[in-house]
Write a protein that binds this ligand. Sequence first.
Ligand SMILES: O=C(O)CCC(=O)C(=O)O
Ligand SMILES: [Fe+2]
Length: 224
Amino acid sequence: MGMNALAQHLVAAPSSEDWLDVLADGLSEYGWLSVDARGFLGERLLATLCEEIRDLDRNDELRAARIGRGQDKTRDRSVRRDKIAWLQGETGAQAELCNAFEAIRTGLNQRLFLGLKRFEAHYATYHPGDFYRKHVDSFRGRASRVVSVVLYLNQHWQETDGGVLQVFNRDSDQEICGRVAPELGRMAVFMSEEIPHEVLPANRTRYSVACWFRQDEIPLPLSL
Ligand SMILES: O=C(O)CCC(=O)C(=O)O
Ligand SMILES: [Fe+2]
């Protein structure tokens, strides 16, 4: 690459600040958005995360996800069928992704004054036939999960692969207001208490990372 091409590339690269502005604007105006995160995270990190989750899946290191809280946690296959593994920043890629989530946390706090204190994140795998019925990620007034982020890790996702995230209107939850295909580098971002959403059955294994930014300080017991 010659100097000119390099200079152009640097100028054209979207700045993280601009990207964070897009997130904050979408959240404050609509309560949700779908955004291309490839520039923010980098193609190399995305490729490594894809490899990691495939390895975890292949080695059967993900566990059936549960619903509910605390003692009430149950495994209900009629509601959700994904398998998960909590991220603990133990690999280079996980540490890098956690840095990116941290940048989103502070970026949203600066722009929207949400008082996000920390985040929790897990890998998730939906095998063919798996789904997650319509739900919200947090119960109103608990101020626990405030912002949800889902990062998709599937190259060349086709319409026929299913597994679309359906987003519902925050004021009338029968009305679909968005559909997000889980394509590599795409991110869905939404207000955890407000936005009902569902994962339609996948016809092909569907990989993602889900992350929740929280207003409380007590760490979640990582005992799944
Ligand atoms: O994977 C997705 O698109 C959404 C997952 C989800 O809703 C959740 O884990 O709470
Ligand atoms: Fe959810």
